[in-house]
Design a protein around this ligand. Structure first.
Ligand SMILES: Nc1ncnc2c1ncn2[C@@H]1O[C@H](COP(=O)(O)OP(=O)(O)OP(=O)(O)O)[C@@H](O)[C@H]1O
Ligand SMILES: [Mg+2]
Length: 224
């Protein structure tokens, strides 16, 4: 489902953030991405989502080699991978509902059906009744959940999530993790970067860890 072969990543002329990374993730896995701040977790996730190119090496996602991917195939990748970043990139010129509708509209889905699905996605993350708010009127945690609704609404095969629970209290964090677990149970391959190892221990079965020296570890279970 996801494979890295000798992947290196630096920004500009800077040092390697990722150096000679190799791993393979099978469909349906639930993977925890861990490591200290600045180690390169978000960078790893952005490579999978095609938001950053690798500096060297091959990144394969859902049967495609990203660096060899044509511009025409890119929208396909965007539908296959639901990505939720630390910075939510919500659109503040429209309602919460219209933020969630956007991926469906882009995919050309019929309006009524799209609205039904967008409403269901918002309900799933506990945002029923907030459809008409502008994201600016929502709390940090609500905005995070709105970004999750937008990422799950077109049922991607892979979910890549960066610190989903950072702005949430413990109950909300659990509820959000249950949303990801529901998707994983129906086969969605899930990668989550987080500093909350205790929370991840109930969900993930494998850990990709980058340490403060940029060393990479691939281990079963969740490293506590
Ligand atoms: N666009 C960029 N340009 C230059 N350097 C960058 C860029 N994005 C990240 N970096 C650098 O790459 C390193 C890894 O950043 P990254 O965001 O991947 O870390 P992280 O493990 O996600 O950290 P955190 O836990 O704080 O989110 C950092 O030193 C950061 O300064
Ligand atoms: Mg990060």
């Amino acid at each position: 489902m996801i494979e890295f072969q000798h992947v290196f990543k630096s920004y500009g002329r800077g040092r390697n953030i990722l150096a000679d990374i190799n791993f393979r993730i099978e469909p349906g896995e639930f993977v925890f991405v861990s490591g200290p701040s600045g180690a390169g977790k978000s960078t790893l996730l952005k490579l999978i989502g095609g938001l950053e190119p690798s500096s060297r090496g091959a990144v394969h996602v859902n049967g495609h080699r990203l660096d060899k991917m044509s511009a025409r195939a890119r929208p396909y990748l965007r539908r296959a991978v639901g990505i939720i970043l630390q910075d939510t990139h919500l659109l503040y010129d429209r309602s919460a509902m219209n933020n969630v509708l956007l991926p469906l509209t882009v995919a050309g889905q019929e309006r009524r059906q799209a609205q039904t699905r967008a409403r269901a996605a918002m309900e799933k993350v506990g945002l029923s009744g907030k459809e008409d708010l502008n994201p600016i009127e929502m709390s940090g945690g609500e905005q995070q959940r709105l970004a999750i609704a937008r990422a799950i609404v077109n049922r991607p095969a892979i979910l890549v999530v960066d610190e989903p629970t950072a702005n949430l209290d413990q109950d909300s964090a659990r509820r959000i993790m249950e949303v990801f677990r529901d998707f994983n149970r129906v086969g969605v391959t899930t990668l989550i970067a987080s500093h909350d190892r205790a929370l991840m221990a109930s969900y993930a079965t494998r850990t990709l860890r980058i340490d403060h020296q940029g060393r990479f570890f691939d281990t079963p279970g969740v490293q506590l």
